[in-house]
Design a protein around this ligand. Structure first.
Ligand code: HEM
Length: 470
């Protein structure tokens, strides 16, 4: 550990211990119907106390075994070693396909491989580094709007962070400004999230070949959704046709449009390209916005740490120097620790295609493996002081974080393709937010997680943003 790292660590040690408020897990597993109700309103409530101490928690739900895994070997087995035996569940596909179509997140087999190969070059650390100046410019514009709002009084930060993450996703991945389309997109996504994305009993029980009752409403939603996306893509094409001179850089849509199957030479269809835009924009902005909201919340509860983040970022020119992120170790550690305490993707679920074994448990075809970053990251046996906010766990030079105890982005071949992008964006945005404003909340404000698809806040608290500098 060098002396700068030692100083940072010592300063963090002086900050008071913070355990952000949380609901206590139930002492016993909720009965099946209560469990299903929890999945529709707040999935975190489905795990009882034993999930946070046991390595594998089996439960039988409607004739099927479900295993919540916090055992590193079992997790590795499902996500890596025997990954081909574990597919997305029919409930996940039912819920996600009307919005994401055949995009990367829910495609399987050869189609998935082709897409992943085509998209991978756009997400390497080097490619992401090229995007830093664009991310920085979008953050600056969002902060100017926030400053105006903050001058009028307390601010509902969540929609502002959503708008920011959406703008960054649209601009950097598809060269599309989202100012025009963003509000309508958010309305559609909210409409879907409030009703159709909440799993119903029959979503889980029926095979994909049979429609569940909500599938009809989901199909109606898709009939509105796809023309909306086609409209955005057409607007982008029109904008580019009107531009004179060479394009500055190729974006994701260009990469996908140019991709050819090495065997057949075929390209992706127009419908497929549209599904990819939907996938990247949705997977890429909702999660990052949630992460930034929780990071702002934690720093409002821990003003001493907030001041240290502000001091770190103030010493650096944040205008978009590409190697920026590595020079913000504390800001980055705050983001890492936020993703531990409030993982935006709170659960990763797979269904076994064939019989298998997890630890001492026999797995039958159709049984479900549940890997919950929420449970795993607060597991009593895997973390010291698991409920406390302690960014020092992630400072460089400290002990390594155990590989399968920390999975905000999943692991294995289906690991989040946008992980590096998200970490860069969130670190930069948080650094800029905190250098510009001192963030606070009224004394005693508690935000609790409400996990449906992502780990959302249970209400929209008004943050006070005190301008540090114009
Ligand atoms: C803090 C932000 C983010 C979090 C916490 C997150 C989390 C995750 C997780 C846990 C998975 C694995 C799901 C599974 O195995 O079932 C995943 C996959 C994925 N993520 Fe992210 N993600 C984030 C940001 C992004 C961004 C910025 C993008 C796009 C640029 C993105 C695009 C995707 C895609 C396309 C997949 C599917 C990959 C595949 O199946 O090959 N994510 N994400």
């Amino acid at each position: 550990m060098d002396s700068a790292q030692a100083r940072l660590r010592a300063a963090l040690l002086r900050a008071p211990r913070l355990v952000p408020p949380a609901r206590e897990p139930p002492d016993r597993d909720p009965p099946t119907l209560a469990y299903l109700a929890a999945l529709r309103t707040n999935g975190i409530g489905g795990w009882s106390r034993r999930a946070y101490t046991d390595s594998i928690v089996p439960r039988r739900i409607f004739g099927r075994n479900t295993f919540t895994l916090s055992d590193p070997d079992a997790i590795r087995h499902v996500l890596i070693d025997n990954e081909a035996n574990y597919a997305r569940t029919s409930a996940s596909v039912r819920i996600l396909r009307p919005v994401l179509g055949d995009g990367l997140l829910i495609s399987e087999g050869q189609m998935w491989r082709r897409q992943r190969r085509a998209l991978a070059p756009a997400f390497t650390p080097k490619a992401v580094e090229e995007l830093v100046p664009h991310i920085a410019a979008s953050v600056e514009a969002a902060l100017a709007d926030l400053a105006e709002a903050a001058a009028r009084g307390p601010v509902d930060l969540f929609p502002a962070l959503h708008g920011l993450a959406l703008e960054i996703a649209g601009r950097t991945m598809f060269s599309m400004g989202m100012a025009r389309h963003g509000p309508a997109l958010r309305d559609l996504v909210t409409e879907y999230g409030e009703r159709l994305a909440r799993p119903h009993l029959l979503d889980m029980l029926l095979p994909l070949s049979l429609p569940a009752p909500l599938d009809f409403a989901r199909a109606r939603f898709r009939r509105k959704w796809t023309p909306f996306l086609d409209g955005i893509i057409a607007a982008r094409a029109a904008e580019q046709a009107a531009e004179t001179g060479p394009r500055a850089s190729r974006d994701l849509l260009d990469l996908l449009a140019a991709a050819r199957d090495p065997e057949t030479g075929e390209g992706f269809s127009k419908a497929h390209l549209r599904d990819q835009v939907a996938t990247m924009i949705l997977a890429g902005h909702e999660t990052t916005a949630v992460a930034l909201l929780w990071a702002s919340y934690l720093l409002a509860l821990a003003p001493e740490i907030q001041e240290q983040v502000a001091a770190e970022a103030a010493g650096i020119e944040l205008s978009g120097d590409k190697a920026l992120e590595s020079r913000l170790p504390l800001t980055r550690a705050v983001i890492d620790e936020t993703l531990r305490l409030y993982p935006p993707a709170f659960v990763i679920v797979r269904a076994a295609r064939a019989a298998d074994k997890l630890g001492d448990h026999a797995v039958a075809k159709g049984d479900v493996a549940v890997i919950s970053p929420w449970v795993l990251h607060r597991h009593r046996r895997l973390w010291a002081d698991p409920d406390a906010f302690d960014p020092a766990r992630f400072l460089p030079g400290g002990p390594a974080v155990p590989r399968f105890a920390y999975l905000p982005f999943g692991a294995g071949p289906r690991v989040c393709i946008g992980a590096h992008f998200a970490l860069t964006e969130a670190t930069l945005a948080l650094a800029k937010l905190v250098t510009r404003f001192r963030i606070s909340l009224p004394e005693g404000t508690a935000i609790l997680p409400a996990a449906v698809v992502t780990t959302q806040p249970d209400h929209a608290p008004a943050f006070t943003l005190h301008q540090r500098r114009p």
